[in-house]
Design a protein around this ligand. Structure first.
Ligand code: SAH
Length: 360
């Protein structure tokens, strides 16, 4: 594989050394050979990187110091510098990471009993322009590399106690994952690789605004990832108002592509529906949504909107949220209200980055 095509090639900025966290084994082996080091060092280094949660080369205490110095010369430790870290009262943790070229992304660790879910980003900003979302307010700057996507999981892994383990990954951070499909898939390959992080595909959920051609390509990948489709409206007209890219894609095409995903993978589709007070939250709209999804193997995830300081839209109150849910339930559509995590930190995706950019 040439340097150009390497899946884990970082975006070059001021520091052109590769981030060791995401350098593939084959490459590390070649490097060890050229540095006159023995092969078994690979296993030692990997163990440090994946299992032992260190943050610098100096902590690799069973490596000879000369090897540590060689590593430092040729590699960066990771693609990121951590510039923000918030911990909520429910122990949700959010990181603001600065990339090599100075851009910022966010990722989140959420804790539930027996479950540790990380939420990762795929782009710097977003081009989709959903009207309630903080991530898209400044448009998209660039795609994240596969390394930058994958390393967020490792960086969050380092925040956890020794007896904690990441059980689930949701690709629901900043950006549209299917608009950065190639890098996303390369990162997911590394995450699910038994010699790497070893996470099961069924524990990974990719959330998309709904790009039909890409959903089909994803279905054809032959993997068992979960797909979540951000629907947010029960009809074409309202969806185009809330999710502007809908104009070019069309609601029916998205549902057809999601059906195809279910047919190919057997994985039940999640439909996300952000509840916006006075916009998409009335009982008739719940009826319309139920009709749209009837007969489909689907689950609706109702998400009361997280406040975004730049926007006037808000979440409906609890009674209205509950009545939306009960309409769906009475029509036989499985649905749940997403539990709010990290309520006392900048919980809405992209909010932290946005605030930081406003300060700059
Ligand atoms: N671009 C992808 C993934 C990132 S957003 C997508 O559209 O699915 C992940 C989920 O968070 C999406 O369902 C998105 O619509 C939702 N979301 C964005 N801003 C939100 C907000 N302010 N409150 C609640 N959910 C939000």
């Amino acid at each position: 594989m040439s340097e150009q095509n390497s899946p884990l090639l970082p975006v070059l900025g001021t520091d052109e050394r590769r981030p060791l966290l995401s350098v593939p084994d084959s490459e590390l082996l070649a490097w060890l050979a050229s540095a006159g080091q023995k092969k078994f060092r690979l296993k030692q280094i990997r163990k440090w990187l994946i299992e032992r949660r260190i943050t610098s080369f100096d902590e690799m205490t069973d490596l000879p110091s000369a090897l540590r110095e060689q590593l430092k010369t040729d590699f960066r430790f990771s693609s990121f510098e951590q510039v923000g870290h918030q911990v909520a009262s429910d122990r949700t943790e959010k990181l603001l990471l600065k990339l090599n070229d100075g851009e910022l992304v966010e990722c989140v660790l959420m804790r539930d009993p027996g479950r540790r879910t990380v939420c990762i980003s795929t782009q710097v900003g977003c081009a989709m322009g959903c009207v309630f979302c903080a991530s898209g307010l400044l448009g998209v700057k660039r795609d994240l590399s596969a390394a930058e996507i994958y390393e967020q999981v490792l960086v969050l892994h380092r925040l956890m106690e020794d007896d904690e383990k990441i059980t689930n990954v949701v690709v629901m951070g900043i950006g549209e994952p299917l608009a950065n499909y190639r890098n996303l898939m390369e990162a997911l390959e590394v995450l699910t690789d038994a010699d790497g992080f070893g996470l099961g595909a069924r524990r990974i959920t990719v959330s998309t605004v709904g790009l039909p051609a890409k959903i089909r390509e994803f279905a054809d990948s032959g993997r068992q990832f979960n797909l979540a489709v951000s629907l947010h409206a029960p009809n074409e007209q309202l969806r185009t108002e809330i999710v502007p890219v809908n104009k070019g894609t069309g609601l029916q095409q998205i549902l057809d592509a999601a059906d195809y995903y279910f047919d190919r993978t057997g994985r039940r589709i999640s439909y996300e529906y952000v509840l916006l007070s006075g916009i998409n939250d009335n009982p008739q709209q719940a009826e319309e949504l139920a009709r749209l999804l009837r007969g489909r193997n689907a689950h609706v995830n109702l998400i009361p909107m997280n406040g975004v300081s730049e926007l006037v839209m808000t979440a409906p109150g609890e009674p209205r949220t509950r009545s939306f849910l009960s309409v769906l339930e009475s029509r036989g559509i499985p649905a749940t209200i997403r539990k709010r995590k990290g309520a006392d930190i900048d919980a809405a995706c992209g909010q932290l980055r946005l605030n930081r950019q406003a300060e700059a």
